[in-house]
Design a protein around this ligand. Sequence first.
Ligand code: HDE
Length: 759
Amino acid sequence: TQSLAEAFPFNATKAGEHGMAAGMKPQPGATAVPRSRLPTGSTLSEAQTSPKVGTTAAAGRNATIGALERVRVDSTGQVLTTNQGVAIADNQNSLKAGVRGPVLLEDFILRDKLTHFDHERIPERIVHARGSAAHGYFECYEALTELTRAAPFQEAGKVTPVFVRFSTVAGERGSKDTARDVRGFAVKFYTDEGNWDLVGNNIPVFFIQDAMKFPDLVHAVKPEPHHAMPQAASAHDTFWDFVSLMPESTHMLMWAMSDRAIPRSYATMQGFGVHTYRMVNAEGDSVFVKFHWSPKAGTHSLTWDEAVKISGADPDYHRRDLWERIEGGAYPEYELAIQVFTEEQANGFSFDVLDATKIVPEELVPLRPIGRMVLNRNPDNFFAETEQVAYCTANIIPGLDFSNDPLLAGRIHSYVDTQISRLGGPNFHEIPINSPIAQVHNNQRDGMHRQAIHRGRVAYEPNSLAGGCPFQAGATQGFVSVAARLQGKEEQAKVRAKPELFAEHYQQATLFYESQSPAEQAHIAAAFRFELSKVTVPAIRQRMVASLRNASEDLAAKVAQGLNMPLPEPMPRAVTDPPKPEVTQSPALSLLARPGDGSIAGRKVAILVADGVAGAGVTAIHEALFARGAVPRFAAPRIGPVQTSDGVAIEADVSLENEPGFLFDALVLPDGEAGVDALAADAHTFEFIRDQYRHCKPLLALGAGAALLEKAGVPSSLPSGEPDLGLILEADADAGAKKFIHAMAHHRYFERETDPPLV
Ligand code: HDE
């Protein structure tokens, strides 16, 4: 018998065709950085043995693992096949009539491959297209049976698996992570009684009050239709044209121009349900609730200059951070809290709780913590899970219900509607990431891509032929809507109108601005200045500043000054004598109110090194940071081994050009004259230092390293003359590490900031 190689001499073996490289197996554990230096499971440099590169999923406390196991594919040791399972002998050459002849139509193997490829893309989400997600669990602190019969809250310690997707709103699927934008915070709870989706944002209010206006808002913020610019940005005419004509946006604009819109990490931002929802107990009694997620790591954001630079160097900044935190074991964690109030209380508030442009201040109704959520497993496959997941505000379970918020009503319709076209038909609930753990039994049948194989001849209810199954659950088990009261004749008439309190647009915008720290207020003014300076039509700028005068004269004056324009007359108000607000200062609205647990886990630190540095000191710092779960990295002019003056072995895992300084949360400068001179010969060093300083991050200079600070023009004290607590000069590495770790827990040193920046 003839061998294949003899039968097809022109069809060389695979290894031969690709050269020797294809025949070489990757070396297990071959990474640039010694594994001992990376957090366990880190993907900073992926080991070949990593569960992410291989085919075995990482372990995690997550009941969805079992359900997804059925559809996991492990190709280890398997041959290539077509989609019909036919083994493919040759995956390199199409079938031709002769070696130099035409390709034959009968090549079903080529057509199978190309046809599938041609249809690999699905439409992206119309908003929130760019996102990243993770698996995890929600754990309830105590039974909430007095408030709700919802499954996740029925006993202390009850664990419910979740899948959480974070997103930006305006940008397309491939856009940058660090745009100034609202972040989506969507949680799918796979509860025992069906899926509950809490589809929230990282900002507790919204731009508009009624779903009727949503397509207009989105059209205004998306790239302008004639030239499709700008991508992932609100700093353009159409957005500001729309919002300046929509005074109800003012409160949301305060949040969107604040540092909330440029979070440091998905692990350091809050999440909010936004709308008022209801909790319903087993007796059918209901209360209003607002949902709040607060990160255990505290709320921290970027500075604008930093966000702009990061978007160039690492557009995947937040996606990478989320992935690496989970791979490294620094699991993002959030506490869930509710604000509970009755309908009667709500009727007495100075604002309407059905108005999504209003918060319920924490000082008016305190937060009650009810559980925690931990994200501990990365998806196996981005498309199958993160892209195909379908969240929907209509997905609620017994024990929860909606309020009459008109924005929420539109959402209850919109999500399923958009998903039917995005995911190709009405059966997307069967895609593994969307299917509930609770079993699905109903008489819905057929449609595109049906997976379930329903047996029997009965597809209707009531029936006797199937013994009446599946049967109605009844009020004790099934979902029952709260019989919401309709109050008086006026509410019962059909109207296109809004409640009176919806017309007051400024008091909570004022509350937000006045509750910020001076640094945060300065950032808000600078953000308005930046965004409006990109607007080309002066009338839009004037209208916006005129509107801001109703929220804050201080802010309006700063913005007008920043835009070099006279202060316009205030915009006429719809309501001149609004009810007195209950709260005029809400410290909880400042990001500084939630500093976190003091941990530095997951934070990235650059340790600059070059040939000639003193190795022992920087190695000691590296170890101290690593021991606390931070991610220290040696950055040198070139990657690879560094010749230290004391012979301590150091391997640089990043270079000054491939990971610029603004990608790090903190910076260490080494001791050792020769090494310091080598660093000073590379101008990247000074960019590193200046960016770290300008972005108000902690810096540690060991011994001779202090000379670099001076050369970079970094002042040794604050503009006020006070000492700069984020700037640490130390000869001794152990003492330096201690002070530095303490300084990192404080995050940022905004006292350094001047406008314009001096460094
Ligand atoms: Fe959404 N929104 N939205 N939205 N939204 C979508 O659903 C919509 C609103 C939010 O990670 C879309 O499947 C309308 C508020 C998140 O997959 C779409 C209105 C809040 C996500 C849609 C709103 C949100 C979406 C796009 C006004 C915070 C991403 C694709 C009535 C509480 C979920 C899709 C994910 C996604 C409609 C307003 C949050 C088009 C009509 C308010 C986090 O259906």
